[in-house]
Design a protein around this ligand. Structure first.
Ligand code: GLU
Length: 303
């Protein structure tokens, strides 16, 4: 394993990484890539690898998905440390962080509808004094840039004037992904986050929350997206096929090759455990440097 992350000061306290799926459907090839890359990066650093089910939006969820995702991870040999965390059981923790932000003057109540805010940044301009039927928003700096160094994508900057005051808790009650993911990544001591590049635009918002909560930012590595024939992301919305559990070695081999790792021909039919052992000891994340999108293997695309 060769990687500049091993010299990170964060590693003095050890490496903790995670896979954090939303239970909207079964695991497909695209989500396996994020699970596998985060697993290999953690294990190659002798780190802990946790699984967290991000089940905060029941209308978008499939009640059978969490069990199916966990079953598939185990079938693929991706064994996690400790017990699985479910965000649906974490309301008190999010409330506490929200109160911290309110007391710091960094969160404010807002009743504006999406229509009223349409297309406009809204730096504090929808502040209201109501106490019911309100969303809570984070007061984002009105201008400037937020930049961070991604392990794969290099220096990545967001124009803060385009972000605006983002939601922490929705008017109808649910916690936002941004608040919940940061609270749990802090609470679970994440030092490294390896996830799909479709989430890279969220990183600046999450980094602002880390700053506000006075916590060190983890190191990020955003892996490329796997593409369908039509150039769209392989995703549940695009009806990506659920992974099967009867051709695990072939699927794992295809996933490793997609991640630009090259398991030797003699190992490609080996049981998952053996393939993963090889992959951990040969993991080189830098082979994905600068890659933002790669075609999915033909068999995992829709017809
Ligand atoms: N739950 C998010 C998703 O499934 C991923 C969260 C993250 O990795 O930060 O898209």
């Amino acid at each position: 394993m060769t990687d500049s992350a091993s010299s990170s000061p964060l590693l003095q306290g050890g490496y903790t990484g995670r896979f954090a799926p939303s239970p909207t459907g079964p695991l497909h090839f695209g989500s396996l890539l994020a699970a596998l890359a985060s697993y290999l990066d953690a294990r190659a650093h002798d780190g802990r690898w946790l699984v967290r089910i991000e089940d905060l939006d029941p209308p978008r969820e499939d009640p059978t998905a969490a069990a199916s995702i966990l079953h598939t991870l185990e079938a693929y040999g991706l064994h996690w440390d400790g017990s699985v965390r479910y965000q649906s059981g974490r309301h008190a923790a999010y409330q506490q962080r929200l109160e911290q932000l309110i007391s710091q003057g960094l969160a404010f109540p807002c009743q504006c509808s999406r229509k009223q805010l349409a297309g406009k940044p809204h730096h504090g301009n929808c502040h209201c004094h109501a106490t019911e039927d309100i969303a809570w928003r984070f007061l984002c700096p009105a201008q400037g840039e937020y930049c961070f160094d991604d392990r794969l994508q290099g220096r990545w900057c967001e124009d803060l004037s385009r972000i605006g005051d983002f939601v922490l808790q929705r008017r109808d009650g649910p916690w936002s992904y941004q608040l919940a993911v940061v609270c749990d990544d802090i609470d679970q001591g994440m030092t490294h986050i390896v996830r799909g590049i479709d989430l890279i635009d969220s990183t600046a918002r999450q980094a602002l929350l880390y700053q506000a909560l006075e916590q060190p930012l983890p190191q990020y590595a955003h892996i490329p997206v796997a593409l369908e024939n039509n150039g769209q992301k392989l995703s549940k919305q695009n009806l990506a096929r659920p992974l099967r559990t009867d051709n695990i070695s072939a699927t794992l081999t295809a996933a490793l090759q997609w991640l630009q790792q090259s398991p030797p021909a003699g190992l490609q039919q080996a049981p998952a455990g053996e393939l993963l052992q090889w992959a951990v000891s040969h993991w080189d994340i830098r082979r994905l440097n600068g890659q933002q999108a790669l075609p999915a293997p033909v068999i995992f695309r829709r017809d």
